[in-house]
Write a protein that binds this ligand. Structure first.
Ligand code: F0G
Length: 450
């Protein structure tokens, strides 16, 4: 059969509240043209993020009932540790409430003024935590990453030659670790090849530097390796994931993505002394080492989520859903980052609305257009998010796909809305910022239409 079906049936449903274009126009104005300020009940299809928005399975819900809420030594922690150890090979495992809590602890330990942390591309919160420690966060993507039409199979890779140059310029003493984000969210949810991970590991080993994985979307990355990297075609996803983890000295994970849960994270550290220091910091702000800021039931749901996410029928459906939506947009003439990534479609807003200059936020205009026309909530990743002092390489709109939450007909609706808006794109209007904070302004900025 050619049709790839959702590999689940639906046991509980959550109604979507329908709205009219006139109602949405009023809601958008009341939210001052910022989708983060729209109440979720007024959204038809929420593609703001894939983070924490997954539908849990019946086994995860069963785990919620089983959760052991003991302060210390919870049975649910041991269940989680067994699953994570089996998947990653790491034995030093800390639960945290989400990815950025893991990042905060790690960079409080290894960051600091004068230090430099290179990556294929840091996610915003990783960069913010590195900078908060006084260190600098440097992105070293391959050049293909900033060319929307370039169909390089592993556009998330790091520029290894640039890493060597950076190490020579900064000196190993100032580089506490090299990071790799899999998949690379910043460059379009694009995967990193095992060949590239191994090349980066080789450089790290030669210079005595630790390698840290930001592995939020490790299973999606492993699926791309299985389907695109000749040496690994048809190898089991679990083995590929293990090969990725085996290269790392430490791992931060937001379980809100490939952990298939609504809240949760992990910090994995190979070095025992560093792990002990991380335990002490965790206790300071997150809680005891066997719950890390979560309830016992959250640990159970996470353990089961990590079991389910490496299921190959699930991953095949997951990656195909993203590709399906991407292909429909391409067929309608909408330029996206090609090839489609693992968790989201990124629309090239400069191509969509060429009559709106960057100073008038073309990405935000497309986001507002999609909401008004169809009640779809997307997210600008361009001049608004970059802030007042940085010119982004691309003006993008991200349609992030929550895991297992929407069906093919929802994505048909999204594709139809994008195609329809594209035919009357000249009607889109630029925006002016009314009020905005200096950092992370996209969350709270207010706008007016020009
Ligand atoms: N690293 C990556 C690559 C991420 O995409 C995220 C979150 C984090 C770390 C932080 O994890 O939210 O659990 O603290 N990304 C979400 C997104 C918010 O919409 O892309 P967190």
């Amino acid at each position: 059969m050619k049709t790839i079906i959702e590999p689940f049936r639906i046991k509980a449903v959550e109604p979507i509240r329908m709205t009219t274009p006139a109602q949405r126009d009023a809601i958008l104005r009341a939210a001052k043209f910022n989708p983060f300020l729209i109440p979720a009940r007024d959204v038809l299809i929420d593609l703001l993020t894939d983070s924490g928005a997954s539908a849990m399975s019946s086994d995860q819900w069963a785990g919620i009932m089983r959760g052991d809420e003991s302060y210390a030594g919870s049975e649910s922690f041991f269940a989680l540790r067994r699953v994570v150890e089996d998947l990653t090979g790491f034995t030093n495992i800390l639960p945290t409430h989400q990815g950025r809590a893991s990042e905060r602890i790690l960079f409080e330990l290894i960051g600091g003024p004068g230090k430099v942390v290179p990556s294929n591309a840091h996610f915003d919160t990783t960069r913010a935590n590195i900078e908060h420690s006084g260190a600098r966060a440097i992105n070293l993507p391959i050049p293909q990453a900033s060319r929307p039409r370039d169909r390089h199979p592993f556009k998330g890779d790091m520029d290894v030659a640039a890493l060597e140059t950076l190490i020579r310029a900064e000196g190993t003493a100032n580089i506490p670790a090299v990071m790799m984000t899999v998949t690379n969210n910043t460059s379009g949810g694009q995967p990193v090849s095992l060949a590239n991970l191994r090349a980066v590991r080789e450089v790290c080993t030669r210079h005595g530097l630790p390698l840290i994985l930001d592995a939020c979307r490790f299973a999606e990355n492993a699926w791309f390796i299985r389907t695109r990297e000749p040496a690994f075609v048809d190898r089991p996803v679990r083995d590929i994931a293990r090969a990725m983890f085996d290269l790392a000295d430490g791992v931060t994970i937001s379980a809100k993505k490939d952990g298939l849960v609504n809240i949760g994270g992990l910090l994995l550290i190979r070095d025992h002394a560093l792990f002990q220091r991380a335990c002490n910091l965790l206790i300071l702000t997150e809680g005891f080492v066997t719950y890390g800021g979560l309830a016992g039931r959250d640990l159970e749901a996470m353990a089961q989520g990590f079991r389910e996410v490496v299921d190959e029928d699930y991953l095949s459906y997951r990656i195909r859903s993203v590709e399906y939506l991407g292909q429909k947009l391409l067929d309608a003439g909408v330029q996206i980052i090609e090839p489609p990534g693992g968790h989201a479609i990124y629309i090239d807003a400069a191509h969509f609305a060429p009559h709106i200059p960057p100073e008038q936020y073309p990405g935000q205009a497309v986001v507002c257009g999609l909401y008004r026309a169809a009640g779809i909530r997307a997210c600008e990743i361009g001049s608004v998010m970059a802030g007042p002092h940085r010119r982004p390489e691309m003006e993008l709109v991200r349609l992030a796909l929550p895991r297992r939450a929407y069906t093919q007909s929802h994505y048909d609706y999204v594709a139809e809305a994008c195609a329809e808006l594209f035919t009357r794109r000249r009607e889109l209007r630029g925006l002016r910022i009314l009020e905005a904070p200096d950092v992370l302004r996209h969350f709270t900025a207010t706008f007016e239409e020009l």
